[in-house]
Structures are given as C-alpha cells and as structure tokens.
Ligand binder design. Structure first.
Ligand code: NAI
Length: 910
C-alpha cells in the first residue's frame, strides 16, 4: 500500500488580529473591514519559508526514522534563494544523509500537491521508498490590502512511503493551464492581482470543479465516495458555493481556516488536509485539491495506522500555541514595511564566507556537536579535546545532534543596546539535559517569559541577513517549549508544609485540597464539633479530607485537636513536626458561631467564640511562628469577617474576635518581617455550614468556597510579598480592605483646644478625603507630629461648570425610541458602549428576538464594543457625524466583531 505515512505542521506563534489592521488602516481602506474576522498567522522577524519548512518537517518526523528518507521536496513561492537550493538547506538542518534527491518546487500555489503526486508516483514506480514533502509560504503584501487580511504564514509537511501508511493513495488527476489570477515577476516583492471576480468565478469557480469531476471520471467515483473535501479558497462564500455545486454537503467541506490563521499559500492545501487527517477515522475518504495555474486532485482513504501515529503538534497544536498581537506597527516593522533607524552598529559587515559555511555546515545548519567516546560527555561545538576536565581525551568525539536534545535556560539577559528588530535582544546560555551547553539567542518569547530553568527547544531561525548580497544566514535559537512558561509561572508549594485549622469542611477543606494539589504536605486539623462548637468532637471530617487528598496523590495527616486551648495549638504544630519535620504555612480558619443580640450575649457565648477564633489563632500560630523564625520563612493567614470589619447585628462576640485577629496580624507582620514571614488576613464570603441559614439560598448557590481559595493560595505562596494586608474574597471578586487615616486638622498646639473648636471643625476632622494608610504605630505617631498642610478647597463637581453638559442617558433613551424592530429579524447581538468625557459611562444594548433593551453598565460578553467621547456620541446621535466618518477619523474605536457594528445604522435612526 502506498500513501501518506506521517504529517507535521508549523504555524508561527504570532497571530495578528485583523481588527488591528482595520483600526490602523481602516481610515484609508474602509472596505477591508468586510474580511476583518479573526486573526492571521504572522512570522516572527527571524522566520521565513525555510525556517517554517524545517519546523513542519521536524514535526512530521516525530517517531519516524529519518535515515529511511531518500528524497526531500520543498514547495514554496517565497523561497529566500533563487539559485542555491533551498531544499538543500532544509535537508542540512534536518541533518539528513547526502545520498538523496532534494528539489525545490515553486512558482505556483498548487506546487505542494504537484510535489506530492511526483513523490507518490516515484514510490509507486519502485524507485524510492520514503519521501518527505514540505511546503511553506510567507507571502508579502502592501499594507491596507485585502490580501494582507486573507494571507497567513505557515508550513506543512507530509511523508509518503509504502510502510505504515495512514492514508492510502487511490489516484490523482491534474490540470495544467496558464490561468493567471495573480503573478509575481522575478524581481518583484508583491503579487500583482487581477480583479477578484476573475479569480473567484473563472479561477476557483471553474477550475476546481473541473479537476474534481475529472478525478471522479478517472476513478469511477462520485461525491458519495468522499467524506471530506479539501481545497483552499480564501473567499469564504465561494469556498462554500463550490462545494455545493459539486454536490457536497456542508459537513464534508473542510474549513478554510480564515479566522484562525489565514491562507498559508503553497502550504495551505496540506494545512487543511492535515487538519482533516487529525480528525479522521479509519476508512474515511478524503479528496484533496491544490489550485494554481490549473489544479491537482488527489484521493485518499484513511487507514487504521492513523491511530498509532506518535503525538505531535500538527495543525491543532500549532494553532493552540499562539500569542495574539494587535501591535500593527510591529507587523509593519517585521515585514519591512516601516523603515526605522537601526543605528551605526547595524552597519557592521554581514558578508558570509561560504568556505566556512561549507566546512562547518553540519555544525551551523545541523546543530551537530560532539560526544566523547571515552566519558560520554556531549559538547558544542565539537573540538579535538573533550571538555570534561576529568577526561580531556583527544580525538574522541563522535557526531552528536543537539537539535532535538531537551534543554533549560541556564543564564539569560535582555539587551536593549544590541541591534534587534524586536528589542530587547534576549540571549544567554542553555544547558542540555543530557550534557552540553551553548550560548544562544532566545526567540518566540518575551523577556518576562524567560527564567532560569525554563524548558526550551532548539529551532532553526534566520540569524543574519546580508541585503546587499541577498544572503541569509541561518542558525539555531532557543524557543520556550509550548506551555513551559505557564508551567513555570504556576504557583507551587512543593516541599512546603501547611497547617489548616478547621479544614474538615467548608473553606478550610478547599484550601487543603488546593495546597495539596500544588505539592504541599498538609495537616488537616478539625475538631469535628457542632456549628456552635458544642458537643463531642468527631474525627471523621478531618479524616475524610485526608482521604480526598490521598486520592489525588497528595500527602496529608489528620489532627483532631481543639484550637481553643494552648495544648491543642501545640499538639497541632507537633503533628506537623512529627509527620513532616517543619511548618511553612498556617491558615487560621477554624470557626464557630453563637449569635445573639448584645444584651442576651451571656459570658459563655462571648468567651467560646473568642476562644476559637482569636485565642485559637494565638494558640496555633505561636508555636508555629517559632519554627518559621528559626528557618527564616513563613506564610500565615488570619480569617476575619465582614462582621468584624463593618459590623453585623447579633454578632458582637464574633465581630470582636474577628477584628481582634486583624490586630494580631498588624503586630505580627512587624515581628515576622525580617524573617520573611508574611502575615495576611482574608475576609471570605462563601456558602458553608456557617452561612447556610444566614444567606438566601439563591445567593449561596453562587458562593462556592472555591472562589475564595485562589486568593488564599496566592497569599500563602513564595511569590506573595504583601504582609499585613486584608482582602475581601468571594464569588470571584477580590479587593483590599484597609484602615485609613484622614488628613484631619491641626488645632491649637500651645493652648489647649476647646470643645467648641472641635465642634466648629468637626467636618475637617471627620473627612476621609485624602486619607492615607499608615504602616504601624510609629508611622501614626509621626503623622500626629507632622500634620499635613490644610487641604485645598475641593474642586467643584464636574457638570457644574467643567462638565460637558451632555446627558448621555437621555441620548440612549432617545436611541432606544428609534429602534427599528422590523430590521432586527434574526439579529442576536450585544453592543457595549463606552462613552468617555464628563457625561460618559458604560451602557449596553441587547438586541434579540426583534427587541432591544438598553441598560447602563457593562455586559459580560459583548459582541462588539464601541468607544467614543460624549460630545462625538452626541454628534453621531444627532445625525451630524456619520458613524463611518467617526470611525475613519479615529473618533469611534470599535473592538470585537467589527462587522456587527455596521448593523447599528440599520437598526437605529440617528
Ligand atoms: P465551616 O463551619 O464549614 O468550617 C469551620 C470548621 O472549623 C468546621 O469544620 C469546624 O468543625 C471547625 N472547628 C470549629 N471549631 C473548631 C475548633 N475549636 N478546633 C478545630 N476545628 C474547629 O465554616 P466556614 O464558612 O468554612 O468558615 C471558615 C472560616 O471562615 C471561619 O473562621 C469563619 O468564621 C470564616 N468566615 C466565613 C464566612 C463565610 O461566608 N463562610 C464569612 C466570614 C468569615
């Protein structure tokens, strides 16, 4: 059986949002808005067709024996060299054998399928066994042009052979004709494009169906024998229309990927084909067409081997590894559409000695170093002597390929002074896991992403360009492994030991589970008593949570001691020491309630609540603090409550205890500071046993304790540098609470101020305008001794004389009145308006089922957001400023689905 044996793809990580092109150039070419959905893939400044082809080929070779290849074809219309075989560079980068055929296929969009047919037929003829066909394109366009929107950059590769075939080749049909919809002269950078309807109607619209019908006739099949139909066509509507005309149902048609990356030129037929293969089931039949000066149609049947193909990035993985970008200037700079001053350093000679390139070809293009036969130490570059000081053998080096060797960042720097198209230039040393290190450039990352220890992989990129002679030098750079930056930024607690009191239920349980999931070892303390702290304790809540942690693969021990006693506190800390040898984190969370109005608050209810909350925190934290101080690390969390911070009827005992914890924190933060012990306080709000009958059931539904957990996790982490702070947390909303001190007023200092003076100045004493937070009691004393100057009189409120006087709400009311329900049939859209200026604010319009509602505020998921100043909005609503004019003049900024904004003028009368 002959056919496809493997596939691979590469789509550059950068994705330029098309709306950013419209935002920047819509004033000049408003029509481009019609194709402004989604994003287009965009090469980094050091990428081109060769680097992308190498990346796709490497993806295709995952799990394959590259030594078995006996030909390599490269298809592209944007090859960097007109005479120096580009496929030869790809072959050298892949470190393939010299004993093979390499060839460039170029000058038409359909070349990848031509190369594929040639490869398949050469295997059919028995002359070759395994061939790699890789295709890539990075097409240039002028700015503010439809093709700038339609095109994307990318590469795809297929290997073909007669073993382990994943898609059997069942035949092909080719048409060749000199149909010119666009062309690029040898010395031109940009395509010259004939009228779109010519390309659409006579090109795609006639030639693709002719090729498909030709294949059907040749193989004696029909559309019923096709499960997936693949052909590139960047006109979305015509893409669908052609399929319909061919009798294909919409499910058969493979998406043209306009929204996710754009059309990747000569690579695009492969790209869509691979997207189909990634979803395909054995037995599925795929028809693939490549278009350009005729067309090639190929027919395949997917086999069982597709299930055994090794995991790879492919199209899906490449699409997932993305960095959205809306910096259009960057795009212009990367594509050389913007001339910037590069400085004198950029004028250094860039001529390449091809003699050296030949002698060091394997090292430079193949990243081949050496490995010592005697001691096994790898090194780059390869040298006569082994670098291992305890070996030092002479002439002991065998070839060693570093390109696929896993590595990590050892050192790095961001250099703003070095010349770079995308400053800062990031470079440093990488350490290969199995030995060997080298100085390299880092690319496809931001300086903030790079950290010592970050996992990186090597990738061939453009190193230096010599524009004078038209030469490009390639070398290997380090790129973060997809997902490695996120992995490194994850908050982890490996090696940390945490005590959580009252962790058998409610909030404490979620803290324990999350800390354990992130690597901490946990003491799950819970007395297991009743909600008011009465009754015999039970071991089951703590044991249950320990079992949950163990089921997740974590480590935890239970503890059933009572936090309300000194002995209990000590025993809890001892449990941590006995089980894990230390304490890094304490979350004082255990709690009970005994609510009564103040006159009915008997001493035992007062005391019981203070004992658990306030004394409980003292009892547990004190022995733990001693250990933390000795080791120079600690994170402590107190749990306060809105009842303590703001007050709550019937909870005098609880409020006093809860704000007492804030006092404890305020001083402990000072005592812990120089030992790197952070002490913070959380004021949670969550559904639990404590709140089940206090809060209404529908609210409780929305108040999962897990919404509080992330805040507590961060406060417990190494990364958290805050100390002595209080945070509200609940339902995904987090904010800081602070005790603030007003500016006040200095009355008499010599003579004693009178009561009447206080009365007369009470407003100034009482004001919090200009209030500040004071770090400790000393700061408060200093504040007292150095009172601020008398405050400036407050500015008159906006609107009196400084405001615009525009009543934006009235404008929205008027807008609602002009809604044209009959024009809104089938429309389902949410517009968010952000109106600036003194009269501004947020409003949103929901249009659905031929009705419109206009509301003040922000919608959760607007489809399209419109931003403008209140005076411009008033002019637009008054019919004095047409929307398009406002847009092109930059007075109206549109985000999200720009196309939908065009509905506004249809739906409302301005
Ligand atoms: P919860 O009742 O679900 O959990 C508290 C746990 O503490 C219980 O499992 C209980 O057995 C345990 N406990 C009680 N006394 C103990 C003692 N002496 N020794 C050891 N364990 C003991 O309540 P929830 O809501 O999870 O409360 C956790 C903390 O959050 C409490 O300090 C509470 O005051 C505070 N809080 C909760 C709010 C909420 O909306 N749920 C609001 C504000 C504060």
């Amino acid at each position: 059986m002959i056919g496809i044996t493997s596939f691979g793809a590469y789509i550059p990580r950068l994705r330029l949002s098309r709306s950013s092109i419209v935002q920047n150039m819509g004033w000049f070419a408003p029509a481009i808005m019609a194709v402004s959905q989604g994003e287009r893939s965009m090469c980094n400044w050091d990428e081109d067709a060769i680097t992308m082809a190498v990346a796709a080929a490497r993806d295709c070779l995952v799990g394959q024996d590259k030594a078995a290849l006996d030909a390599l074809y490269l298809a592209s219309t944007t090859l960097p060299f007109a005479d120096r075989q580009n496929a030869g560079i790809v072959s050298a980068a892949l470190n393939l054998s010299d004993e093979m055929i390499t060839a460039d296929y170029t000058a038409s969009q359909k070349v990848a399928t031509t190369a594929l047919i040639t490869a398949l037929e050469s295997i059919q003829g028995g002359n070759r066994k395994k061939i790699l066909v890789t295709a890539a394109d990075k097409r240039e366009t002028k700015t503010a042009y439809f093709y700038e929107m339609w095109f994307g950059d990318g590469a795809a590769a297929l290997s073909v052979g007669d073993e382990n075939v994943i898609a059997e080749y069942l035949g092909s049909y080719s048409l060749s004709c000199d149909f010119v919809d666009h062309y690029r002269g040898s010395f031109n950078k940009y395509d010259y494009v004939w009228e779109e309807r010519w390309t659409r109607d006579v090109g795609y619209g006639e030639i693709i169906p002719k090729a498909v019908n030709g294949l059907f006739a040749k193989l004696g099949i029909s559309m019923d024998d096709v499960d997936k139909l693949v052909y590139p066509c960047f006109f979305k509507g015509d893409h669908r229309k052609i399929a319909k005309r061919l009798g294909a149902t919409p499910e058969k048609l493979v998406d043209n990927m306009h929204e996710v990356c754009g059309e990747t030129g000569a690579a695009h037929a492969f790209m869509m084909f691979i997207a189909a293969l990634e979803q395909a089931e054995p037995g599925e039949r795929i028809l693939l067409v490549g278009f350009g000066q005729g067309a090639n149609a190929l027919y395949f049947r997917v086999t069982d081997h597709i299930r055994g193909l090794a995991a790879r990035n492919g199209v899906a993985g490449s699409l997932a590894n993305k960095k959205p970008i809306d910096n259009y200037q960057k795009w212009l700079k990367f594509r050389d559409l913007l001339k910037t001053e590069m400085g004198i350093r950029a004028e250094a000679p860039t001529q390449t000695a091809t003699t050296v390139l030949w002698r060091k070809n394997q090292m430079i293009l193949g990243l081949v170093g050496g490995k010592c036969r005697e001691c096994g130490t790898p090194q780059f570059p390869r040298m006569d002597y082994c670098v291992n000081p305890s070996c030092g053998a002479l002439d002991s080096q065998d070839d060693y390929e570093f390109a696929d060797a896993p590595a990590r960042v050892k050192t790095f720097t961001g250099d703003m002074l070095a010349i770079s198209v995308d400053p800062p230039a990031i470079y440093g040393m990488v350490q290969f896991d199995e030995g060997g290190r080298m100085m390299v450039d880092f690319t496809d990352c931001e300086l903030d992403d790079v950290k010592v220890g970050l996992r990186v992989q090597m990738a061939l990129k453009r190193k230096v360009e010599d524009p004078e002679r038209g030469f490009v030098n390639y070398f290997w750079k380090a790129v973060p492994v997809p997902g490695a930056v996120e992995e490194m930024n994850k908050v982890r607690f490996d090696g940390r030991v945490a005590i959580i009191t009252g962790a058998g239920a409610g909030l404490g349980r979620t803290y324990a589970l999350e800390l354990a999931k992130r690597g901490a070892r946990i003491v799950v303390n819970d007395l297991g008593g009743a909600r008011d702290g009465s009754g015999q304790g039970s071991s089951s809540p703590a044991e249950k949570v320990v079992a949950e942690i163990e089921a997740l693969g974590g480590e935890a021990v239970p503890n059933f001691d009572n936090v309300a006693t000194v002995e209990g506190g000590q025993a809890i800390v001892k449990t941590a020491m006995d089980a894990f040898g230390t304490v890094d984190i304490v979350i004082n969370n255990a709690g009970i309630l005994r609510d009564k109005s103040f006159t009915k608050m008997e001493p035992e209810n007062w005391k019981a609540v203070l004992d658990v909350h306030l004394n409980g925190a003292y009892n547990v934290t004190r022995p733990a603090f001693k250990i933390m101080k000795e080791k120079g690390y600690g994170r402590i969390i107190m749990t306060t409550s809105a009842a303590g911070i703001y007050g709550n009827f019937g909870q005098t005992n609880y409020s006093a205890a809860k704000l007492g914890l804030v006092g404890l924190m305020n001083t402990l933060k000072l005592e812990g500071k120089k030992y790197n012990i952070g002490v913070n306080t959380i004021a949670p709000i969550a559904a639990s046993r404590l709140t089940e009958d206090i809060l209404p059931p529908d609210l409780l539904e929305k108040m999962k304790p897990e919404f509080v957990t992330p805040m507590v996790m961060y406060l417990c982490s190494d990364a958290c540098r805050s100390t002595g702070e209080i945070f509200n947390a609940g339902m995904g909303y987090y904010n800081r609470v602070a005790v603030m001190t007003g500016p006040g007023i200095q009355l008499e200092t010599e003579a004693l101020p009178t009561v009447e003076m206080v009365a007369d100045n009470f407003d100034a004493i009482n004001t919090l305008a200009g209030a500040r937070e004071l770090g400790d009691a000393n700061a408060a004393l200093m504040d007292l001794m150095t009172p601020p100057a008398a405050p400036e009189p407050e500015a008159a409120p906006a609107g009196d004389d400084g405001g615009s006087g525009i009543d934006v709400q009235a404008l929205f009311d008027a807008m609602a009145a002009t809604f044209k329900a009959d024009a809104a049939a089938g429309v389902d859209v949410v517009f968010q308006f952000h109106i600036g200026g003194p009269g501004g604010g947020d409003w949103y319009a929901v249009i659905k089922d031929s009705a419109c509602s206009l509301t003040a505020g922000q919608h959760e998921k607007p489809v399209c957001t419109l931003k403008m100043a209140d005076k411009d909005f008033a002019a637009m609503m008054g019919g004095k400023l047409p929307a398009m004019q406002a847009f092109t003049a930059g007075k109206l900024v549109i985000e999200g689905d720009i196309m939908k904004s065009q509905l506004l003028e249809k739906l409302f009368t301005f």
